[in-house]
Design a protein around this ligand. Structure first.
Ligand SMILES: C[S@@+](CC[C@H](N)C(=O)[O-])C[C@H]1O[C@@H](n2cnc3c(N)ncnc32)[C@H](O)[C@@H]1O
Length: 383
C-alpha cells in the first residue's frame, strides 16, 4: 500500500518537474493572464537565488558606508552622499539605485538644484542602530570567504575554514582544553554574540517569565547580556553565568557596570569537562546546543541535568531547523554556517526534544516566540 502511494507521488512530482523544466511551459504560463503572476513569481524566486550574493554585497556596502544612520537624520542629495562615500556621483548613483531596488533606500524627490534626494527605505529603516544585523553583515565577510568554494567545504578538501578559527571552542581538543582558550581568541565572537543578544533576549522574555524561580544558571551565557535583560524583568532572581574563563570575566565586568553584581555571578570553566555550579532551580541554554554535535550536546545536557534538582526547569532557545516559513534560515543558512564553523547543526524541535529526553528531561514543550526565525524555545523539566 505504502509503495503504491509512493509511486503515485513520484509520478506526480516527476510530471511537475518535467513541466517546470520545460521552456515551452514557461512561455505558455507567462503568456496566459491567469498563470502569468505565478510564472513571474517563480522566475523572480529563481533569479533571487542566483543573485542573492550580489544583494548581500549591496547591503554590505551600505553598512560599511554607515548609510542607514546617515539617512536617519533626513534625506540627502546624491552629491552630498557621493562626497561622504568618497566616490564619483556615478558610482554613488549606481549603489543608491541598487539599494533602492532592494527597498533599503528610496528616492525622495529632488532638491533645489534638481538633484535626486534619498531617504531610508522600508527595509533600511529597521537597520538604523540595529547593532545585531549590522554586526552580522560585517561578520559575513568571513563566512562568505569560507563559502567561496561550497563543494570544497562540503568535501572537506579545501583549506580549513576561517570560521573555525573565529569560534575556537569548536576545535577537537576543546572538549578537554576549552577553558584554556585565551581572551584574544574569544573577543570577536563574544562581541558578535553580545551585539545580537538583546533581540534574542526580548523574544525569550516575551515568551517566558522567570518570575517564581529562585536562581537561574545560564550555561554558555557569553558576556552576560541575556542575564542583564533577565534581571530587568525579574528583580528578585539570583543568577549564575557559566562560560569559558575569559568570557566569564567580561560578563563579571558587565554585571558590575549594570549594578547587579550582588545577585549575578560569573563562573569560568569548560562545560565539556567541568561540573556546573549547583544551586539553581532553572537553567538556560541560549544559542549553545546548535554549536555542538550530538555527543557534545549530550555531555552539556547531562551535566545541566546533574546540576538541577528533580523538577528543575531548562529553557533551551535557539534558531531551529524546519521552522515553518523560515526553512531556509535553519537548513540553508545555519546548515552552511555551522559547516564552516566545523561543528554543530541546526536541529528540529523534534530532534532537540529527543536529545533532552535522552539526557534526563521530560515534559518538553515548545513555547511560541514572536519571530521564530530569530529564536524558538523549548522548556523541559528535570525528571
Ligand atoms: C554562540 S555563543 C552564545 C552565547 C550566549 N548564550 C548568547 O546567546 O549570546 C556560545 C557560548 O558558549 C560558550 N562555550 C563554548 N564552548 C564552551 C565550553 N566548552 N565551556 C564553556 N562555555 C563554552 C562560548 O564561549 C559562547 O559564549
Amino acid at each position: 500500500m505504502a509503495a503504491a502511494t509512493l509511486s503515485w507521488t513520484d509520478w506526480l512530482l516527476g510530471w511537475r518537474d518535467r513541466l517546470l523544466s520545460s521552456p515551452a511551459f514557461h512561455r505558455a504560463a507567462s503568456g496566459f493572464p491567469l498563470t502569468r503572476p505565478l510564472a513571474h513569481r517563480h522566475a523572480r524566486e529563481v533569479f533571487d537565488l542566483v543573485a542573492g550574493f550580489v544583494y548581500s554585497q549591496v547591503l554590505a556596502a551600505c553598512v560599511k558606508l554607515d548609510l542607514f544612520r546617515t539617512l536617519s537624520h533626513g534625506p540627502q542629495s546624491l552629491s552630498a552622499l557621493a562626497k561622504r562615500f568618497e566616490m564619483s556621483n556615478e558610482a554613488a548613483a549606481r549603489l543608491l539605485a541598487a539599494a533602492q531596488s532592494l527597498k533599503l533606500v528610496e528616492q525622495r524627490g529632488v532638491d533645489a538644484s534638481g538633484e535626486s534626494r534619498y531617504g531610508l527605505g522600508r527595509l533600511g529603516a529597521p537597520l538604523v542602530g540595529n547593532e545585531a544585523v549590522i554586526a552580522m553583515v560585517e561578520h559575513h565577510a568571513v563566512l562568505y570567504a569560507d563559502l567561496a568554494d561550497p563543494l570544497a567545504l562540503l568535501r572537506g578538501s579545501g583549506p580549513p575554514p576561517s570560521l573555525s578559527d573565529y569560534y575556537p571552542y569548536t576545535a577537537d581538543e576543546a572538549s578537554t582544553r576549552a577553558a584554556e582558550i585565551s581572551p584574544e581568541k574569544v573577543a570577536s565572537y563574544s562581541r558578535l554574540m553580545s551585539a545580537s543578544q538583546p533581540l534574542v533576549a526580548a523574544e525569550i522574555l516575551d515568551a517566558f517569565s522567570f518570575n517564581g524561580y529562585r536562581h537561574l544558571l545560564d550555561v554558555g551565557g557569553g558576556e552576560g547580556r541575556f542575564l542583564v535583560s533577565v534581571s530587568e524583568r525579574t528583580p528578585q532572581l539570583k543568577m549564575t553565568l557559566f562560560d569559558l574563563p575569559p568570557v566569564a570575566s567580561n560578563a563579571r565586568q558587565r554585571f558590575q557596570s549594570a549594578g547587579i553584581a550582588d545577585r549575578a555571578e560569573a563562573v569560568g570553566g569548560n562545560f565539556l569537562a567541568d561540573e556546573l555550579p549547583r544551586g539553581a532551580d532553572i537553567a538556560s541554554l541560549v544559542r549553545v546546543i546548535h554549536d555542538h554535535d550530538d555527543a557534545r550536546a549530550t555531555t552539556i545536557l547531562t551535566s545541566i541535568r546533574r546540576a538541577l534538582p528533580a523538577g528543575g526547569t531548562l529553557v533551551l532557545a535557539e534558531p531551529m531547523s524546519g521552522t515553518p516559513g523560515a526553512e531556509a534560515m535553519g537548513d540553508a543558512y545555519f546548515g552552511f554556517y555551522l559547516l564552516a564553523m566545523g561543528r554543530g547543526q541546526a536541529r528540529t524541535a523534534e530532534q532537540l526534544t529527543a536529545l533532552l529526553q535522552a539526557c534526563g528531561f521530560g515534559k518538553v514543550r515548545m513555547l511560541p516566540t514572536r519571530i521564530p526565525l530569530q529564536v524558538r524555545m523549548l522548556v523541559a523539566e528535570a525528571v
